[in-house]
Design a protein around this ligand. Structure first.
Ligand code: PAF
Length: 274
């Protein structure tokens, strides 16, 4: 099956116009793995056409982060998009995305952008929301699919769409895991075999937490599995990342460094109170 690859906003607009019916967008930074493929499959189930964007967005990387070494694998990304029967891929370069240089006006994520990932990576979510907002405008998609693996990102995108009345539906897709529990991430390819094994501590901690009924029990169980691991945060929240409830649906989130690689993971859980 043929897939159309466009690099410019003009070609994107023309190709988008030629797609009849509904269009779903899957936004990525490339280095596509099974988690992205699951997003494309979910998008295909919900819309007539699927558009994938591939752009390593410099705005969301801080100084000293991995922007320069972030994997750029366009050929295999296109093969994955083709295999999942996406219709159109938009892969702009930096000047195409930011023709006037880096944008002076950016999306402010508000207080939710300053906690958890935002506390460790200042400015990260402003960079994410700015590019996501631009891509919503450029792609004019009806619906967008994002992974729950980046749970705070998903929550902030939903909030931006609501607060700024962007006419697009936003759907979250559950995290795809390796059989041993490791959450799929483009950054897993940085891990040595030894660190790949050590990284299992994140999903093991979350599983231990999710088996408990109370907020205190969930946190204590996860903490004990993480003992000795350099953790950036371990947090229990409600599903919208507000304070943890005593009972009902909640979210347990963790970020930790394994070697030189920062990994994130999270799971839903159901609290029953004391
Ligand atoms: O999740 C990602 O890959 C990125 O943060 C996104 C949403 C494509 C924005 O650059």
């Amino acid at each position: 099956m043929t897939i159309e690859l466009v690099h410019t906003r003009g070609d994107l607009a023309a190709a988008r116009k030629a797609l009849p019916g509904t269009v779903a967008v899957v936004m990525t930074m490339g280095a596509l793995h099974e988690g992205h493929r699951e997003l494309i499959r979910a998008a295909r189930r919900h819309a007539d056409h699927v558009l994938v964007t591939i752009f390593v967005n410099p705005l969301q990387f801080g100084p000293g982060e991995d922007f320069d070494r972030y994997p750029r694998t366009l050929d295999s990304d296109l093969a994955a998009c083709r295999a999942e029967r996406a219709d159109l891929v938009f892969a702009p370069d930096r000047p195409e995305m930011y023709p006037g240089g880096e944008p002076v006006v950016r999306v402010d994520p508000g207080p939710l952008g300053d906690v958890l990932e935002g506390a460790v990576r200042p400015g990260h979510f402003s960079g994410v929301l700015t590019v996501v907002c631009k891509l919503f405008l450029l792609t004019a998609a009806d619906v967008a699919f994002f992974g729950e693996k980046d749970y705070q990102q998903l929550a902030l995108i939903k909030r931006m769409v609501r607060d700024l009345e962007i006419p697009v539906g936003v759907r979250g897709v559950p995290t795809v895991r390796e059989p041993d529990g490791l959450a799929l991430s483009s950054r897993n390819r940085y891990l040595s075999a030894e660190h790949r094994q050590a990284a299992l501590v994140l999903s093991r901690a979350l599983r231990a937490g999710a088996e408990r009924d109370t907020a205190a029990g969930a946190l204590a169980a996860a903490e004990s599995v993480l003992s000795g691991v350099p953790v950036d945060y371990l947090a229990l929240t409600d599903p919208d990342l507000g304070p943890a409830p005593r009972s009902g649906p909640a979210r347990l989130l963790v970020a930790a460094r394994i070697g030189t690689t920062r990994l994130l993971d999270n799971v839903p859980l159901q609290l029953k109170g004391v």
